[in-house]
Design a binder for this molecule. Structure first.
Ligand code: UD1
Ligand code: CA
Length: 462
């Protein structure tokens, strides 16, 4: 089949997933922060198919809702789960006869597009078009999987399910990963012929292999390189196991790209990374969403970064949580900093311990080193925010902004009642409660005057 033949991917995802013991449909359980189905979709999309059909059933509305934004999917409902063959049949009406069909499983998430490409290419065998191919794996413990029965040349005579296998067949270690490619026209004929007369009483997709052989066009078997690609998720233990496999793969790639991790087993990657040169990470670092770290960025222990872009030389110290943050070069963040969405730091800004920021811009060289809340604020360059400073941005109904110009010094424990602005080089006396704007180049003190009462006496016990 030439590459001009349209490729239709069918993802089977209608199974009940009982063994997960969860209210969430199986394909929505997360691996590396993404639903299982999203991983399979990514592998499918990399092949640039003409269409992707997702067969759903159990908990289907929830699954569809989770992927609502993805408009390239053709949802096919399977109302009763009568088997994999029946599931694939539901998708056929949307597939033209001249297409080739690639079947994937919604709960086999580590499959790589390169492997699928190899299988697609293998369908041209010595220049001959083969109408059916199956991806196989060699398992030490093949129990529970369909076994591949092959002739001396490797052609597939049949696939036998565990429950239907003879003792001799059970000893076969070449298993069916479930992923197959088939010419749509042939598939239509074969699927019309299968029945449910087997140990499971289901319409088994695997039965088409004996039919293909009987018709004189036996399938070819393509072996998978990394067995992890063939592993499915049936219960929470397998899910955890696959998560480790995924993380191992991902952190290995990072290390080979030059990132130095104190312990790769204690770095979690749940998104897309773009990292510069000489990036270092201590233990227990979680990276989520879109992460961009410049050259020589250092991430301390016990940090979570989500959707962040950090400029070169920026240091994130222990126990910091960053979400939706953009920093320029050489910033210092933490330890124990919480930076929330909309935080931007210009070069050399310092955010210290127990400082929370949100929708706040911090100018170059400015510092908020201790115990502050800076929300909805515009802070200029070379500003010093004293310990305990709070931007009182919320009046109980609306949020208001605080504006702090270049060179301002805010004394410790000041409350800035927004909307309020502090002009250039203003100094705010410690303990002030600022309800009004502060003029430039001036000391503003907004606190009760200190008094001493010499005649006052301490109460005594009566
Ligand atoms: C299937 C294969 C088996 C293979 C194994 C690999 C068949 C008959 N058997 O067995 O040879 O070794 O996968 O993991 O194909 N599904 C539906 N609708 C249904 C039934 C299943 O959409 O009516 C979906 C499931 O959601 C799942 C996939 O098909 O994604 C496989 O179904 P499952 O019941 O797990 O098949 P196995 O018994 O594991
Ligand atoms: Ca299964």
């Amino acid at each position: 089949m030439s590459p001009a033949v349209p490729l239709h991917v069918v993802i089977l995802a209608a199974g009940v997933g009982q063994r997960m013991r969860s209210l969430l449909p199986k394909v929505l359980h997360r691996l590396a922060g993404q639903p299982l189905l999203a991983h399979v979709l990514a592998a499918a999309r990399a092949l640039k198919p003409a269409a992707i059909h997702v067969v759903y059933g159990h908990g289907g509305d929830q699954v569809r809702a989770a992927f609502q934004a993805e408009t390239d999917l053709n949802w096919v409902v399977q109302n009763a789960q009568l088997g994999t063959g029946h599931a694939l049949q539901q998708a056929l009406p949307g597939i033209p006869n001249d297409a080739r069909v690639l079947v994937l499983y919604g709960d086999v998430p580590l499959i790589r597009s390169d492997t699928l490409r190899t299988m697609l290419e293998a369908m041209h065998l010595l220049g001959v078009r083969v109408p059916l191919a199956v991806l196989t794996a060699e398992f030490e413990q093949p129990e529970g999987y369909g076994r591949i029965v092959q002739d001396d040349n490797g052609y597939v005579l049949a696939i036998v399910e565990e429950k239907d296998a003879s003792p001799a067949q059970k000893r076969i270690r070449t298993i069916n990963t479930g992923m197959i490619v088939a010419a749509a026209g042939h598939l239509r004929i074969w699927l019309a012929e299968i029945n449910a007369q087997n140990a499971q009483g289901e319409f088994l997709l695997t039965d088409i292999f004996a039919l293909a052989n009987a018709a004189g066009s036996p399938a070819i078997a393509v072996g998978v390189q990394d067995v992890a690609e063939a592993l499915g998720v049936n219960d929470a233990w397998q899910l955890a196991h696959l998560e480790r496999r995924y993380q191992q793969r991902a952190t290995r790639q990072l290390a080979l790209a030059g990132v130095r991790m104190a312990d790769p087993a204690r770095v979690e990657i749940r998104g897309q990374l773009q990292l510069g040169c000489d990036v270092e990470m201590d233990i227990d670092v979680i990276l989520e969403g879109d992460i961009e770290l410049g050259d020589q960025v250092q991430i301390g222990p016990f940090c979570r970064l989500r959707n962040v872009r950090l400029g070169a030389g920026t240091q994130v110290l222990a126990h910091s949580d960053l979400d939706g943050v953009i920093s320029a070069e050489h910033c210092r963040i933490g330890p124990y900093a919480r930076l929330r969405p909309g935080t931007t730091l210009a070069a050399n800004a310092h955010i210290g311990n127990f400082v929370e920021t949100k929708q706040t811009r911090i100018g170059a060289g400015s510092k908020a080193n201790h115990l502050s809340y800076l929300g909805d604020a515009d802070i200029g360059a070379n500003v010093n925010i004293g310990a305990g400073t709070i931007t009182c941005n919320y009046d109980g109904a609306n949020k208001h902004r605080t504006s702090i110009a270049d060179g301002v010094f805010v004394g410790s424990n000041s409350a800035l009642i927004a909307p309020v602005s502090l002009a250039e080089n203003a100094t705010i006396g410690a303990g002030s409660v600022n309800t009004k704007n502060a003029p430039a180049d001036t000391l503003t003190v907004a606190r009760a005057k200190q008094i001493s009462l010499p005649a006052w006496q301490r109460p005594r016990k009566s």
